[in-house]
Design a protein. Structure first.
Lengths: 553, 233
């Protein structure tokens, strides 16, 4: 939207834009408005840094916290229907890891619209963008980046409805392709979250940053992974184990159930491993029964309906069975504070920007706080847009290479020509299982190397994958096979990054290295695709206001 | 348990006309019909097309007609379909693009024409505009709309009158007409005060019955009618 007035902008999306996964964000968007109790952006910045286990680049955390209130007011002015306080201000509620006075007590910082905050923000921004005259290409799937002498000069895009392969010639591309939770068996992510943009950047030789940091949200609906927002605990919900104990008192004595997600997920899995799951099984209970019907209806109506629909449970009377579910990727395409993608020498990659979950600023470090991702999108998405406006003034049109779509057409032809071979779903299922079993909340060397062997075997099998649908119209069979290449490539990058980091920090917990090791590991991982397999190297963390200390809640 | 599906199939590039194809899948009672569809697609017949994304009733992609009723496949559970056959068809009243995928262009264009964004000429304050909890509460139900089109696809008026703006667009009109921050109240009402606007609705209540987000659609339309009578007539 920032550049709509100065350029011809195409919004290309594999699903109709308001069906994207930002719409599934439930709990809210953080900002130190101080509408419910005194708050300050320094506290928010501190919480972001501590929540990320001191791995966030603090210049990014500072911008996020400082610019947060402005961003919220901008959304409100655009029409986002936030809930309100009695005196008509934007209502705020407590959320995991957000505290007052540098960790003293939980604070109400999450601005929200019931438990569908993401959807109403997405709706508002989308229709505003349409209003500004952006051209929308809905159900157009990104297949390839077009590079010329290390500059991105366009995109190869597949049109679902017709099967046509289009070339978009461009001066600038902003990737906002989201996460890739579909690498894991249990995930809150949508089917579209297959990391297409992140993988294409990786394939183009851009290193990926901090890929080992994968967030498992503590409260996915048992067996399904559907998210039950942290807002449930923000409104007063309590986690209980098989003995009926409020076990988070043990792990985070000060803020208990509102500890950051990595800690709560580890606590749940520890309870389960030590036999204190419900009836000794692999889940615990999220108890909302004491919150009262009215509060659930007003503030948590979507999650109440999820519990009713999928579990047949009325959360006003019964607790909800939950287990950790893969939710968010802290890692991704490295960018600077203006969204410019950085190459392996930390230089901006001409013509290419990234924002949102697919990017890694690194703002969230080793663990993202709840309500910081929607804020990340609007704060840093805007800054990237502003930067693009500047760059467009001097970036020339560069002729794309001859037939940039050739590789894509070749791949499609290949997939359709193969009459026999493994089906994509068989490989996908095996990948998702091994990632869940061996590279999720708890990690250890031997199992990580086993997982790597398995992923590499699957990559070999992928070369022989075959599809049923040889048609042109809505051929999702073909696209799912294409997406699997991205998922497998990203799974490998996650495992290799995780094997190399010999410490425990935030969401990356190594049973063989259970302590955080600032001396050796206070640095960002970078992983780059080479002909001899992935190559890992590191870059320093930007530390400004807050020196690393022990992380207790 | 085993579930028998009878699924509408049509690929306009290949098929002379639509037909039904039968599939049988093993499924657990708590699974979603979407899980069954995925199993059919992944394990039996990759040529079957349908839309899906979030899998839990938030994105609005997988609206379809299931045993005669429009709903989301991701919100329909296997245990509620203890019947000899589950019949899946595309949303009625919409042009079929392939199998269960329909053309949503006109539907979405109808939403756009309603101007689904805040209209305000007043320069906003530095901080938020004030709105009381009661004012905000009027929007609680309508902001649940996910554009799945189940309501419009179930509306007998929409089937017979192509010009009718339809229940989904009216929900979005309500969203802004009753937002205390919007300043085009009158003009928005005038836009709907038309035989093909709110007055085309004759209270079939089908929209309300099928809405997967439990939006009181018919009631909202009637409140719009009342508001028109009260303020501009």
């Amino acid at each position: 939207m920032e550049i709509a007035a100065s350029a011809d902008v195409a919004l290309i999306s594999k699903v109709y834009p308001t069906r994207s996964h930002s719409g599934a964000a439930q709990g809210g968007i953080a900002a130190a408005l101080g509408n419910e109790e005194p708050d300050s952006w320094e506290w928010h910045m501190y919480d972001t840094v501590k929540g990320g286990d001191y791995l966030p680049d603090q210049d990014a955390a500072e911008i996020l916290a400082q610019d947060g209130p402005r961003a919220i007011y901008e959304l409100e002015h655009m029409g986002v229907p936030f809930n309100r306080t009695a005196d008509g201000k934007i209502a705020q509620r407590a959320f995991g890891g957000h505290t007052s006075n540098f960790g003293q007590a939980a604070i109400k910082r999450a601005c929200h619209a019931a438990d569908r905050s993401g959807r109403v923000i997405l709706d508002t921004l989308y229709w505003a963008a349409v209003q500004k005259g952006l051209k929308v290409y809905s159900e157009f799937q990104l297949i390839d980046l077009i590079l010329k002498e290390k500059q991105v000069v366009g995109l190869v895009v597949y049109e679902l409805a017709t099967g046509e392969v289009h070339v978009f010639h461009s001066r600038m591309v902003l990737l906002a392709t989201g996460g890739f939770g579909k690498v894991y068996k249990t995930t809150s992510n949508c089917f579209a979250n297959t990391g297409d943009g992140v993988y294409l950047a990786y394939r183009a030789g851009i290193p990926l940053e901090d890929m080992e940091f994968v967030q498992f949200h503590p409260t996915g609906i048992y067996g399904l992974g559907i998210l039950i927002s942290e807002a449930a605990r923000g409104e007063g919900g309590i986690l209980r184990n098989g003995c009926g104990d409020r076990f988070m008192e043990k792990y985070a004595p000060t803020i208990k159930d509102l500890a950051p997600r990595d800690m709560v997920s580890r606590a749940i899995d520890t309870e389960i491993r030590e036999g204190r799951g419900i009836d000794g099984r692999d889940f615990v209970h999220l108890d909302l029964t004491h919150l009262g019907k009215e509060r659930l209806a007003e503030k948590l109506s979507d999650i109440s309906s999820f519990a009713k629909i999928y579990l047949g449970i009325d959360p006003t009377r019964e607790p909800i069975p939950v287990q950790p579910t893969c939710h968010y990727m802290m890692g991704g395409i490295p960018t600077n504070l203006e969204g410019q993608v950085l190459d392996h020498q930390q230089q901006p990659f001409p013509g290419l920007c990234a924002a949102g979950e697919c990017a890694c600023l690194s703002l969230h470090g080793a663990n993202r706080l709840g309500c910081n991702s929607l804020l990340d999108l609007v704060v840093f998405g805007r800054l990237a847009g502003k930067r693009m406006v500047q760059d467009l003034k001097h970036l020339p049109w560069s002729e794309p290479p001859r037939k940039p779509e050739e590789r894509t057409l070749e791949k499609i032809k290949d997939l359709k020509a193969r009459s026999r071979g493994e089906k994509a779903f068989v490989l996908r299922k095996a990948m998702r299982k091994v990632m869940m079993d061996d590279c999720s909340v708890f990690r250890v060397k031997d199992r990580l190397s086993g997982a790597l062997t398995e992923i590499r075997r699957l990559k070999g099998e992928y070369e022989k994958v075959a599809i049923d649908d040889h048609g042109l119209c809505f051929n999702s069979d073909l696209l799912e096979a294409v997406e699997l290449e991205s998922l497998l490539g990203l799974a490998e990058a996650i495992i290799v990054s995780a094997m190399n980091r010999q410490e425990s920090r935030g969401a990356h917990y190594r049973e063989d290295y259970p302590e955080r090791d600032d001396h050796n590991w206070l640095k960002h991982t970078l992983i780059r695709k080479t002909d001899n397999g992935p190559e890992v190297f590191y870059k320093p963390v930007t530390i400004t206001r807050f020196q690393p200390k022990a992380r207790a809640y | 348990m085993e579930l028998h599906f009878k699924i509408f199939r049509f690929d306009p590039q290949v098929d002379r006309g639509p037909y039904f194809k039968h599939y049988t899948v093993a499924a657990e009672p708590e699974e979603r019909l979407l899980d069954c569809l995925n199993r059919i697609k992944w394990e039996q017949d990759g040529t079957l097309s349908y839309r899906m994304s979030c899998g839990h009733g938030v994105c609005g992609s997988d609206g379809m007609k299931i045993n005669g009723t429009c709903r989301l496949a991701c919100q329909a559970l296997v245990k509620d379909y203890q019947c000899p056959e589950v019949v899946l068809e595309p949303l009625p009243g919409f042009k079929v693009l392939k199998d269960l995928v329909v053309d949503m262009e006109l539907f979405l264009e109808g939403i756009r024409l309603i101007r689904p964004h805040l209209l305000s000429q007043t320069h906003p304050p530095e901080r938020e505009r004030k709105q009381t909890p009661e004012e905000r509460k009027r929007l609680d139900e309508v902001i649940r709309c996910i554009l799945c089109a189940c309501c419009t696809a179930s509306c007998p008026v929409s089937w017979s009158n192509q010009k009718y703006v339809g229940p989904a667009a009216l929900v979005w009109a309500f969203r802004y007409i009753f937002d205390s921050r919007d300043e085009e109240h009158q003009k928005r009402l005038q836009q709907l005060d038309h035989p093909d606007g709110v007055w085309a609705c004759v209270n079939h209540f089908e929209c309300t019955r099928v809405c997967p987000k439990e939006i009181p659609v018919t009631k909202s339309i009637n409140l719009l009618k009342r508001e028109i009578e009260k303020t501009i007539r």
